[in-house]
Write a new protein. Structure first.
Length: 134
């Protein structure tokens, strides 16, 4: 698979991931409404969590592409450092956004964390459907 095909595959997976996060956002809001805890904070929290999960996925993909480019140039250690820096940076960004969202009082913390926690489910579903296409 060449670079262009790899990028197209990532874009397809990103679309699936973003739609999955949108579905989770709807489920979180519906769930909170059913249990009687619906508020604007729930919507804001779920939206922040879903957007943060999608941003994390995009930044991860960009980090992988940068690391792969460095590895192709004969610098595998530089590629590994790039991936490590990308991971640490993404985690710090997520922690900062979660702390600001929680401390500001604009977001429901549980609603903010659920889309992040369920992002693995979306990735699993994407892998399941990708295997089915082959």
């Amino acid at each position: 698979m060449n670079k262009q095909q790899s990028k197209q595959q990532v874009y397809r997976e990103l679309k699936f991931f973003a739609l999955g996060e949108l579905l989770i956002l709807g489920l979180v809001c519906t769930g909170f409404a059913i249990i009687g805890r619906w508020s604007g904070k729930v919507l804001t929290g779920a939206a922040v969590g879903a957007c943060l999960a999608v941003l994390n996925y995009v930044l991860m993909a960009l980090g992988v592409f940068r690391a792969a480019d460095k590895a192709e140039q004969g610098e595998p250690q530089a590629g590994q450092r790039t991936m490590t820096a990308s991971m640490v940076g993404r985690y710090l960004l997520m922690i900062a956004v979660l702390v600001v969202g929680a401390k500001s009082g604009l977001c429901d913390v549980v609603a903010m964390v659920i889309p992040l926690a369920l992002s693995r489910v979306i990735l699993f579903a994407a892998e399941f459907f990708r295997r089915k296409d082959r």
